[in-house]
Design a protein around this ligand. Sequence first.
Ligand code: PLP
Length: 473
Amino acid sequence: MAIGSTISDVLPLGSRLNELGRLEVGGCDTIELAREFGTPAYIVAEDDLRARARAFRQAGADAGRPDLQVLFASKAFPCTAVMALFAEEGLHCDVASAGELHLALAAGFEPERIVMHGNAKSVAELQMALRERVGLIVIDNFDEIERLRRLIEAGYGPLDAPGPGATLGQRPPEAPAGAAARPQEVLLRVTPDVRGQTHEKISTGQANSKFGFSVADVPEAVRRIERVQGLSLQGIHVHIGSQLTELAPFERAVAEVARLAPTIGECAIWDLGGGLGVRYLEAQPAPPPIEDYVRALLDAVRDPAQAGAGRLPLSEDGSAGGGATGAPPRRLMIEPGRSLTANGCVTLYTVESVKRNVSTWVAVDGGMSDNLRPMLYGARYEAHIADRPGGETECVLAGKHCESGDVIVAQALLDDPREGDIVLTPATGAYGYAMANNYNGVLRAPVVFCRDGDARLVVRRDTLDDLTARDVR
Ligand SMILES: Cc1ncc(COP(=O)(O)O)c(C=O)c1O
């Protein structure tokens, strides 16, 4: 299925130029949106997110695994309304902190549809995950196994013994009447030493990663988990990185999971993480479509030897050689984040000033407080004036913050930009809102959902009082 707009693939599905020559997103005129909701603002085309969620699920069915569980990696856009939309679309949810778990529950995900991640889960976060009975906890390191053992022995979680009060101010962990004891199901996060081509700051599959167990440590991790009464090891998790635009590294990662599976007894679940890249600029080559990505993963699951050509199965101690690849997993999971949300959202700004020195500086009312990615890892975006898209004046689209590096688009091509223009940057739906901050006391931007010409505010803008709301006087 082709997802995109008639103007540019980087804009949300259904975007168009209306009769007034203005860009329209989700059927709404962006100039009108700026007037009604102010700027900066994240504008989300609801239908775009839904189409991508459906594309992932359909791709699983088309490739012979209608049971493929698609988890929304909520870190990409951790907003209750976005998460609720994906819950409605039948997705599951990946969370990586107590805060994201709280949001997922508020958004309506049943606990069993939630998977808890994190390389540094606090005791309080593990307590919360156990108490809420999340579907799976993905164990990242040996200390976490110990922490879980201590918590379960202390009465938190799955064995339903009454335990000490909760520390996150939520309900205490007493067993519901009649609840049966059941172990907490867990996965082991493994770093398979597979690298894809992406920015080093979002690469996670390499041997020297802060995430997960190295392959050599897997057998020992399995032994230790098996000794904890109350934990049930169900399988393996891998996530090799983000914004990957080639399929081969994903396939190699699947092959590595298949090699490891026999060391995990009955390895029922393979969670293959997220990472599919998106297009931020029209000029960039298109990444593989969702359908091709899912099919490649599922083909690799069916025939891992082919996918990982050349590597030998693992022996008992985790080193290469010996052993056999196991049965295919009973449950398959993937965790897309960026590819579900990035292109479904644009950010609207107002031009505050245009200044010319060596460059033409177009300064807008947002920047690194609503989109940190250009500063964090040189991420590139396009920009368009909402009622004069296209253009040939090369400009620097600069943010309003007190850092020279606060540049949203280093080489924007705009049509004679002027003070008061509404500018939009496409493809800001992933890791923008998620990393929003109040630098310089700037108020975080609202989120507006648009569909069929109707716009509704789902997250309001910060107020000045929000800036002092946490002060203790
Ligand atoms: C464990 C895990 N799963 C899924 C994702 C989502 O990745 P992406 O947004 O690239 O699809 C991430 C991103 O960092 C992650 O760490």
